[in-house]
Design a protein around this ligand. Structure first.
Ligand SMILES: [Zn+2]
Length: 109
């Protein structure tokens, strides 16, 4: 059945490279949880940040909503997911808290 599995894998890869639809559904979910989108391509970020490529956003709100958002997004294969109280994920690996992300959740695809 590998012949039918390959197209599925390719589509998943394309989706995660393109980022757009996952990013917008992440924003929709953040707003549903009552979070504010505090930064997309604007603001001050690390050099080469995904923000400048339109592939990242920050969401801020109550700690419980940010925790919930982090938990949900952790299962969506993000390129980057940072929220210091919960930890950090980069390219699918748990890298722990990176610092500077105690008041917002950073999400990139
Ligand atoms: Zn950010």
């Amino acid at each position: 059945m590998s012949t039918t599995e390959f197209p599925t894998i390719s589509n998943d890869l394309l989706t995660s490279v393109a980022g757009g639809s996952q990013l917008s559904s992440g924003m929709t979910r953040a707003r549903e949880l009552g979070l504010r989108i505090t930064s997309t391509t604007g603001g001050k970020h690390a050099a080469h940040s995904y923000h400048y490529q339109g592939r990242a956003f920050d969401a801020a709100g109550s700690p419980s909503a940010m925790r919930q958002f982090y938990r949900e997004m952790a299962g969506s294969h993000p390129t980057e997911l940072f929220y210091d109280p919960m930890g950090g994920i980069k390219h699918g690996r748990n890298i722990g808290a990176i610092g500077g992300h105690g008041t917002h959740v950073h999400l990139a695809y």
